[in-house]
Design a protein around this ligand. Structure first.
Ligand code: NAD
Length: 285
């Protein structure tokens, strides 16, 4: 197996980071997985082991290949362990100040030709890149959840991202078995700019009593062939995350069509955040 990049680093070992590390390890890259929390690293690697085990059980992978992929993942709690990796993918929590600190440090420790990518869902790549002295080598690499299963990688060009960086990341995404789509750096990119207004409108429909929650989800499932209704999907994503992204769209694009629905705000205030709290539009207890 020949990996597109021999060595990569993934910063953040949470939901997205361990999935990203897994797909790179499966493609043959040596992966340095970094997280500030030792427990998150252990959990991340355990998740990769479980997921690879499932592939073996389903006979999609041999035990030897799964063992080899797992052996390609090493752990660290130190960003300063990044050195000569050709690519670093950042997948830490969605906070602009945190990403700023991480990119400033990565810029100082990574080799000059290392590409620095962010998996951010909503923060401007141009803003993230401005924390480095290599904005031409900073790019968005927006994987979807769950990473090992979902085919799409939305690749986002910041204001200064150069063509060589874009080409390299598009080719790398294909080598991972994904389908990349490139987008320019505007709020929400394509995925959330299209998805979140639909979810928001579904919540308005519920608030105004247009139909029941089950009715709204059924219309979109059976009528539009969506695998999941918008309210079910909002519960899966997390209502707080939906609200944050709508605020980014509303603030960044300045158009009231992105104003978050008052019912969404009320549910977030009540900590009815969806599956993660056991209660959102539906009950999960
Ligand atoms: P998560 O909370 O599961 O994981 C974040 C990880 O970052 C945690 O393990 C945390 O310990 C680590 N972290 C925090 N501060 C750190 C630091 N200073 N150094 C190193 N590690 C640090 O979050 P997630 O859901 O995996 O999201 C990660 C990124 O991916 C976010 O930018 C999010 O917007 C984006 N994203 C998430 C999804 C999703 O469905 N969850 C989908 C697409 C993109």
């Amino acid at each position: 197996m020949s990996a597109y990049y021999d060595k990569v680093a993934v910063v953040g070992a949470g939901t997205m980071g361990n999935g990203i590390a897994q797909v790179f390890a499966q493609s043959g890259s040596q992966v340095l997985l970094i997280d500030a929390a030792e427990a998150a690293l252990d959990k991340g690697v355990a998740t990769i082991e479980t997921n690879l085990g499932r592939l073996v059980k389903k006979e999609r992978m041999t035990q030897a290949d799964a063992d080899a992929a797992l052996a390609r993942v090493s752990k660290s709690t130190q960003l300063t362990d990044v050195s000569d990796q050709k690519l670093v993918v950042e997948a830490v929590s969605e906070r602009e100040d945190l990403k700023a600190m991480i990119f400033k440090t990565l810029d100082e420790v990574a080799a000059p030709d290392t590409i620095l990518a962010s998996n951010t869902s909503s923060i401007s790549i141009t803003t993230i890149a401005a924390n480095t002295k290599r904005p031409e080598k900073v790019i968005g690499m927006h994987f979807m959840n769950p990473v090992p299963i979902m085919k799409l990688v939305e690749v986002i060009k910041g204001h200064e991202t150069d063509d060589a960086t874009l080409k390299s990341v598009l080719e790398c995404s294909e080598a991972l078995g994904k389908t990349p789509v490139d987008a320019n750096d505007y709020p929400g990119f394509v995925s959330n700019r299209v998805l979140m207004p639909m979810i928001n409108e579904a919540i308005f429909c519920l608030m105004e009593g247009v139909a029941t929650k089950e009715g709204i989800d059924t219309v979109m499932k059976l009528g539009m062939a969506h695998p999941m209704g918008p309210l079910q999907l909002a519960d899966l994503i997390g209502l707080d995350v939906c609200l944050d992204i709508l605020e980014v769209l509303h603030g960044g694009l300045g158009d009231d069509k992105y104003r978050p629905c008052p019912l969404l705000r009320r549910m977030v205030a009540a900590k009815s955040l969806g599956r993660k709290t056991g209660k959102g539009f539906y009950d999960y207890e």
